[in-house]
Design a protein around this ligand. Structure first.
Ligand SMILES: CC(C)(COP(=O)(O)OP(=O)(O)OC[C@H]1O[C@@H](n2cnc3c(N)ncnc32)[C@H](O)[C@@H]1OP(=O)(O)O)[C@@H](O)C(=O)NCCC(=O)NCCS
Length: 236
């Protein structure tokens, strides 16, 4: 039976249990290549669209999307999206006496509130620049969006994660633990939903890595991680 037609795996477990299952995978932490204090977290603006697109393109295994897609997120979904800007050198005068404008985009989180599920924040993509990983930035961006008035009334956070993406599983189960909430994992998008025919094995090859999922036509399944219920008022 093709992988995509097997009965969906549905698990329900507490965040602690899920983390326990994944323990042991985490090697030593890499040193943080950027100074935490230089990073400014804020809502994205249209001027950030190209920088976000470049960051996502270099953040495998995320699916690359058009810059236009990120421009729309910046324009219409900024309230539930976050960028992290490295402010190094910004504001310092150059040789001509001009002061710098924008810093490099080193982190991005996109989210939206599904219109038919009023108590849910759906987090779509989270990307952190490779030199900045393992320093808590992804977690900070999640906390940043959860603090905003735009997510008032949310009691659940949903995201989808492919089974091989351990850093992402680790990020969201850690968040669930901090929110003292359950994390339920269930089937969401199967490989066949992405039009894959061979279980997505090509994604793990150089060919898959070079071309990106959309162009290749193969894509791992994505499981739904649903965290909650939680009480955001406690975080304010
Ligand atoms: C997943 C990703 C966003 C995490 O960003 P990050 O800034 O490194 O994550 P954080 O430093 O905030 O770590 C959050 C938690 O995950 C753990 N974690 C993150 N990356 C890890 C790794 N590679 N190995 C082990 N643990 C990891 C951290 O230890 C931390 O756990 P803790 O809170 O229990 O201490 C980043 O690795 C990335 O951009 N990956 C490529 C794109 C991607 O896969 N995005 C996620 C899918 S939407």
């Amino acid at each position: 039976m093709p992988k995509s037609e097997q009965a969906p795996m549905i698990e329900t477990m507490g965040a602690g249990e899920l983390i326990g299952r994944m323990r042991g995978r985490k090697g030593g932490l890499v040193s943080l290549g950027r100074d935490r204090g230089r990073l400014k977290l804020r809502k994205p603006e249209v001027e950030d669209g190209a920088g976000i697109s470049a960051l996502v393109d270099s953040s495998k295994p995320l699916d690359p999307n058009s810059t236009y897609c990120y421009l729309l997120l910046c324009r219409d979904f900024a309230e539930t999206c976050v960028v992290a800007e490295d402010m190094a050198g910004v504001g310092m005068a150059d040789e001509a006496g001009r002061t710098g404008g924008r810093g490099e985009i080193v982190g991005f989180l996109s989210g939206y509130r599904p219109p038919d599920r009023g108590d849910v924040l759906f987090v779509w993509q989270v990307a952190v620049d490779a030199d900045t990983r393992n320093g808590g930035l992804a977690k900070r961006m999640l906390h940043e969006v959860l603090k905003r008035p735009s997510v008032r009334g949310c009691r659940f956070l949903e995201t989808t994660i492919s089974p091989s993406n351990e850093p992402s599983k680790r990020l969201f189960t850690s968040l669930a633990r901090e929110l003292q909430a359950r994390c339920e994992v269930s089937a969401c998008f199967s490989e066949s939903h992405f039009g894959s025919s061979d279980g997505g094995e090509d994604r793990k090859t150089d060919r898959g890595a070079d071309r990106g999922a959309d162009q290749l036509g193969d894509h791992e399944a994505e499981y739904l991680f649903r965290i909650g219920p939680f009480d955001l008022e406690r975080m304010r």
